[in-house]
Design a protein around this ligand. Structure first.
Ligand code: NAD
Length: 327
């Protein structure tokens, strides 16, 4: 595996749901990673979660059992931000989605990191300009938006601000490509970038279908997972439209576009469910009940399916291990 010139020391700040998996992705690829969060307890939980993720990969036949210990050993936890980023070439920030928090952190990172370090945010919504503005290195700031579970899903949306340099974008693109990710460059700083705009359109219609009594939440899920959702893992919407025939798609759209949800309001069904305390797997119930065994099961099923789709196996087709140490 090629290492990206200039990027050898990687730090991840925020070791929660996303941060621990982002760090794990680099560690699986052979990179040592410094992982920073506020307390030793949170970091211990992050490492335990990474250990469970690795155990699932072993069970799914994606990695050899002897890869687990060295991979975990590449993740260096620390509660000291200065220590975490002192020699960083790249910092990936994954703290909660609050702009003042992220801005304060970016200002601190700017002061603590070497001058050449690239600062990337895993923000889901904020434009990189709003983070670059608090630093003295706007040309080295960008968004690198991962998808959960980040050690398994290849997509990373790279969003430059108008100030981000071409070299910065290219260095991060090369690094991610080198570890088996599939970065996609988003040309403009728009809310939701690309993936979350597409998902929001699907979620809005799904909520409207249930609210209008057309189908149950369970049946909507079944329609997607047993139908066009399977195709979507292979064909994106444009390839799917081409395959169906654009004349056919045109007739369907002429009939349906006036019918489907188009309200600018957040769907009331979603607001009501959250207000009732049903926030999903994390609270034990959302649109369905999630006892602990069911939530473990769904995470494992997802991980196994993603491993299968990615075609990860212990022996890669070319006979090499995709995650060997950088040369
Ligand atoms: N959850 C998702 O599916 C998802 C997907 C893509 C992007 N994101 C984005 O990733 C980011 C993190 O989301 P998450 O779901 O991992 O959140 P999370 O709450 O699970 O994790 C955030 C972590 O940041 C830590 N933290 C808070 N303040 C800190 C500070 N000042 N310094 C260091 N660490 C600090 C917290 O202790 C926590 O461990 C958000 O910007 C979110 O929008 C989330």
């Amino acid at each position: 595996m090629e290492t990206t010139p200039g990027i050898r020391h990687i730090s991840v700040v925020g070791a929660g749901y996303m941060g621990h998996g982002i760090a794990l992705g680099f560690a699986l690829a052979g990179y040592p990673v410094r992982l920073h969060d506020r307390t030793d307890e949170i970091l211990a939980k992050a490492l335990a979660a990474s250990g469970e993720d690795l155990a699932t990969l072993v069970d799914a036949g994606a990695i050899e059992p002897n890869r687990v210990t060295p991979t975990l050993a590449r993740i260096h936890p620390t509660t000291l931000l200065g220590e975490a980023v002192a020699d960083a070439d790249l910092v990936v920030e994954a703290v909660p989605e609050e702009l003042p928090l992220k801005q304060a952190l970016f200002a601190e990172l700017d002061a603590l990191c070497p001058p050449g370090a690239i600062l990337a945010s895993n923000t889901s919504t904020f434009p990189p300009s709003e983070l670059a503005v608090v630093t003295r290195r706007p040309e080295r700031v960008l968004v690198a938006h991962y998808f959960h579970p980040p050690h398994l899903l290849p997509l990373v949306e790279l969003v430059p601000s108008p100030a981000t340099s071409a070299e910065t974008l290219e260095a991060v693109r090369q690094l991610l490509t080198g570890i088996g990710k599939q970065p996609v460059i988003v040309q403009r700083e728009v809310a939701g970038f690309v993936a979350n705009r597409l998902q929001a359109a699907l979620f809005r219609e799904a909520l409207a279908i249930v609210a209008e009594g057309i189908a149950t939440a369970e049946d909507v899920d079944a329609v997607v997972t047993s139908g066009f959702g399977r195709r979507l893992a292979v064909l994106g919407p444009f390839a799917a439209m081409d395959l169906a025939g654009l004349d056919v798609v045109l007739r369907v759209m002429e009939r349906l576009v006036p019918e489907i949800a188009a309200s600018p309001e957040v769907p009331p069904l979603l607001r009501e469910t959250v207000a009732a305390g049903r926030t999903g797997v994390k609270s034990g119930a959302g649109f369905r009940d999630w006892p602990p065994a069911a939530s473990r099961d769904v995470r494992e099923r997802l991980a196994r399916a993603l491993v299968a789709i990615a075609g990860w196996s212990r022996a890669q087709p070319d006979g090499t291990d995709r995650h060997r140490e950088p040369d």
